[in-house]
Design a protein. Structure first.
Length: 225
């Protein structure tokens, strides 16, 4: 939503200035940081709505910034890097990044990605009604999950994936469809990240009456015993 504060973290001044110009033209407030340490301070001070995070940073690199943020926050993160490497994309998404953009980038695409991430985040927060499946309760407004009344600690994308499966309970969703619904952007062929998140969810829901079934050659579905 325009008017919110976006934190742009990059050690290249021209990238910071370009991102700032286009985001401000779209109505956002923009703060900048030149390294990971400064970014972590800015997050605490400003409580931004979203962070555009370069991976190759001095002081504290983008991977470490992402790890520290995800340990205590659901702050949306758009990773930005000069490395067009599929492995980086997968690892970044698995660490909790919401999207991934490679340099050089079209600044209009950057703004479009920011808008899309914030729309998804706002929609999840405003969806107040808890979802019940078996002994599983998912509260989108509080972003909390319980199994038999006991809290289950999920990372950002684990929560989003579980909520999506629960909203489509009993329906088989392909890996490509889950990438579209949960991550909001199509990374052709990069469906392994879905498999990894499903594996993590299965471990954390092992004592639940719900299971994530694999439909071979198609995808996954959530069912209650």
């Amino acid at each position: 939503m325009a008017g919110e504060t976006i934190l742009v973290v990059d050690d290249e001044r021209n990238i910071r200035d370009l991102a700032r110009m286009y985001l401000e033209q779209d109505g956002y407030q923009v703060a900048v940081a030149r390294d990971g340490a400064e970014a972590l301070r800015q997050i605490q001070a400003l409580r931004p709505a979203l962070m555009v995070l370069d991976l190759m940073l001095p002081e504290v690199d983008g991977w470490e910034v992402c790890r520290r943020v995800r340990a205590s926050s659901d702050l949306p993160i758009l990773m930005l890097t000069a490395r067009d490497d599929d492995v980086d994309k997968i690892v970044g998404l698995e660490m909790g990044a919401d999207d991934y953009l490679t340099k050089p980038f079209n600044p209009r695409e950057l703004v479009a990605r920011v808008r899309a991430i914030l729309r998804r985040t706002t929609r999840n927060v405003e969806q107040a009604s808890p979802v019940h499946v078996g002994d599983l309760v998912i509260d989108p407004a509080r972003r909390e999950v319980t199994v038999g009344g006991e809290a289950v600690n999920l990372r950002t994308k684990e929560f989003d994936l579980l909520l999506t499966l629960a909203e489509h309970r009993g329906i088989v969703l392909s890996r490509e469809k889950l990438l579209e619904l949960v991550w909001g952007y199509d990374f052709p062929g990069q469906t392994r990240t879905v498999d990894v998140h499903v594996a993590h969810l299965r471990e954390k829901l092992a004592r639940s009456t719900v299971t994530i079934e694999t439909v071979w050659g198609v995808g996954y579905k959530l069912v209650a015993d």
